[in-house]
Design a protein around this ligand. Sequence first.
Ligand code: UD1
Length: 424
Amino acid sequence: MSSIKVIGGGKLKGETKIQGSKNAALPIIAATVLNKGVTILKNCPKILDVFHMIKVLNELGCMATWEGNTLIVDTTTITSTKVSESSVQKMRSSILFLGALLGRSHEVSIAYPGGCSIGKRPIDFHLDSIKSMNVSQEFLGEDKDIIYCHTDKIIGTDVFLKFPSVGATQNVILTAVLAEGVTRIYNAAREPEVLELCNFLIEAGARICGRGTAFIEIEGVRRLHDVEYRLPADRIVAGTYMAAVAAVGGEVILHDTPVGQLDSVIRVLDKIGCSIRTTDEYMRISSNKRPLPYGILKTQPYPGFPTDMQSQLMTVLSIADGKSTIIEEIFESRFQNVSELKRMGANITESKNKAVISGVKRLKGAQVVAHDLRAGAALVIAGIAAEGETIVRNANSIERGYEDICRDLSILGANVQYCSDNII
Ligand code: UD1
C-alpha cells in the first residue's frame, strides 16, 4: 500500500504528454488471444491493470515482453483456458478473456466477478448474449461461481443489449470474430474504446461494419493474423489533468490529447469558466478564476458526459462559486468521494444517485482514502486545490490507471509525491 502526499497551493503551468489509453489497452490485450501468433502494441500504458492482464496471459501459457512502452504478446501457444479466481477478483476486465478464449479455444472457465466499490456490476448481458451464440454455460464450484462455457461451434446471431454496456459489447465482438456466420449487435456501446477494439481487430483481419455506432455487424473469419498496432491516448487521463486546471487555475498544454473524444468534457469545463483551445496535436487549457457552478451534470453513455470523469468534476464543483448537482446514471454507488471531500471541508449532500454540491471557497488538507481509481485521482486534484497537506491513502488504486500521476502533475508545478504508508 502506498500513499500520495500533496501540498496544496499554486497554479498549474507547463506541458505534459498523455499516456496510452487503459480502456483501449485492456480489451485489445484480451483480443491478442484470438490470433495464433505475435501482436505488437505500441504506446501501451505501464499501469497495474495492464500488468494484471499480462499475468492472465501468462496463466494461459502466452508470453508478453516490454520494449519501452511497446508490449509484444506471443499467443502462438495456449496451454490453459482457465482464468483464475484471483485474477478476476483483482481486475474485473479479466472477464474480457471470456469472449476471447471462447473464440480461440471454444472453451473457457472463469470465475464470476463480484461487485466492486462503484457498484454491483453484473455480467448478465455478457452471459445472455454469448449463450445465444450456441455456447453452453455451466456454473461450477461449491458456490456455483465458476462459469464454464463451451461449444463445438460459435454461431453468429442477432444480439440485443438492454443497455449499451461497454464490456458486454466488447465480449460479444470478441466471441463473434471467429464465429460461423454473422453477428449483429443492436444497442451496442459507442464508447471510443469499442471503436478502438474494432479498429484493432480489422487490422488483424476481422470483418466488422458499423464500428463506433449502436449497430455493429461482425462477419466471422477463419483466422486473424499478426499485427502491429498503436494504442490511442487516454481520454480520461487527459480529462483528469484538465479538471486539475479547472480546480486550481493556470495554463497547461496537453500533448497527444484525443480531443475528438472529449467533446462533452470540454463543453462542461468551458461552461464553468475554462478557456480551451485545441489543435490536432495538443490542447491548451487555462483558467484564471474560481470555477463557476454547473447546474445539473448527468453522467451518460458516450457521447454523454463520462462516469469516469464524475469524481474529478465533483472535486472541481466543490470549490465552485455556487451550487451544482451531479446525477450519476451509470453506476449505482459512485459517490464514495462525498465523505472524503467532506473531510476536506466540502459541502455536499447526497441522496441515491444525486449529489448537491454547494461550493466552498477553499478545501482544507486532510487524510483521505482513494476508494477507486478515478475517485483517487479526484482526491489528488482536491489536495492540489486545498490549503495545507493532504494524504491520499490506497494510492495503488490510482496506479491501476495512471502511469505516474505524481510525475505528470509535478511537471505541471504541483507539489505531489508518492510516499510509503509507514512514514506518515
Ligand atoms: C467500462 C469501463 C469503465 C467505465 C464504464 C462505463 C473498461 C475497462 N471499463 O466498464 O471505466 O466506467 O465502461 O463507461 O473499459 N451492466 C449490467 N449487466 C451487464 C453489464 C453491465 O447490468 O452484464 C450495467 C453495469 O452494472 C453498469 C452499466 O451497465 O451499471 C454500465 O456498465 P458497462 O458499460 O458494462 O461498464 P464496464 O464495461 O464494466
